[in-house]
Design a protein around this ligand. Structure first.
Ligand code: SF4
Length: 288
């Protein structure tokens, strides 16, 4: 059953405090940066920007993959902008962030998948903001573990890599990704010396069954993952993967209980949760 009716009430966003909204937008614009918030049409933009935070999208805006749920531009990719690390550091400093999330598109066209550029950006933001908390939401680097090492050696406070959905749906949702490869990436990060806090996220409402979601939770725990996000899939357009079902908030609460019972120390599970939503709070709760 494919759903096309009106969004249920729990998915309608109230306008948050737009306090620092314009500050975030001008900072992003003036530093020629991209945010995944804007590129992926995140429903929480106003709330997060209003709180003065954003997730910077590196190596974009174009991606070399064709995930059917994702609004990010897939038409073309450009050579990495060598000024992006410094521009990102400047933006983070200007926004006075205490914790920042850096994400990336997948760049299968680059020998190291862009890992070197990500590492440079982490070093730049850390230089300009000593003590800043850094979460990296990375691609699967096509399973290039040497490239992954470059990123892990920057010792991000949180290493995030989304599984996005259950393995049965990969061919239609993430056709160029590999479920086991993504799990391996997370276990390498958790097993890094020193060990890193790892995080992953899945969207619900794409046609997955409950037992499949619980199986994914078990796989993630086996891979040493400590933080989990679960949110409702919302189709960016009719050209994207259809929404199969709107899950009511109670089901997200059920999943949160299941996740905590399996030992995840940081869990965000609600219809409008996205992978970097309230990232700092989740990190702090996982550290406790
Ligand atoms: S790899 Fe990431 S940015 Fe690229 S299409 Fe897939 S979800 Fe979107």
């Amino acid at each position: 059953m494919i759903l096309s009716e009106k969004k249920p009430s729990w998915l309608r966003r109230r306008m948050g405090d737009s306090g620092s909204l314009s500050e975030v937008l001008s900072t992003v614009r003036e530093n020629q940066l991209h945010t995944v918030c804007g590129e992926a049409l995140c429903p929480n933009q106003l709330e997060c920007f209003g709180r003065g935070t954003a997730t910077f999208l590196l190596l974009g805006p174009g991606c070399t993959r064709r995930c059917t749920f994702c609004a990010v531009d897939k038409s073309t990719v450009h050579p990495p902008d060598s000024d992006e690390p410094v521009h990102t550091a400047r933006a983070v400093a200007r926004l006075g962030l205490k914790f920042c999330v850096l994400t990336m598109v997948t760049r299968d066209d680059l020998p190291d998948g862009g890992a070197g550029h990500i590492a440079q950006t982490v070093e730049a933001v850390r230089r300009s903001c000593p003590g800043l908390g850094v979460e990296l939401l990375i691609s699967d680097l096509k399973g290039n573990w040497q490239a992954l090492e470059k990123i892990l050696n920057t010792l991000p406070d949180v290493l995030n890599h989304n599984l996005e959905t259950v393995p049965r749906l990969y061919p239609t949702v993430r056709p160029q990704a590999d479920y086991q490869q993504s799990l391996k990436l997370l276990s390498l990060a958790a097993g890094h010396v020193p060990p890193l806090v790892t995080k992953s996220g899945i969207m619900l409402g794409l046609g997955e069954k409950k037992e499949e979601v619980l199986r994914v939770m078990d796989d993630l725990r086996e891979a040493g993952c400590r933080i989990l996000t679960l949110g409702q899939y919302l189709a960016p357009s009719h050209r994207h993967h259809p929404i199969f079902r709107y899950l009511p908030p109670e089901e997200f609460c059920e999943y949160e209980k299941e996740a905590r019972a399996r030992g995840f120390s940081g869990v965000a599970s609600a219809p409008l949760v996205r992978s970097s939503y309230q990232a700092e709070q989740l990190f702090l709760s996982a550290r406790r």
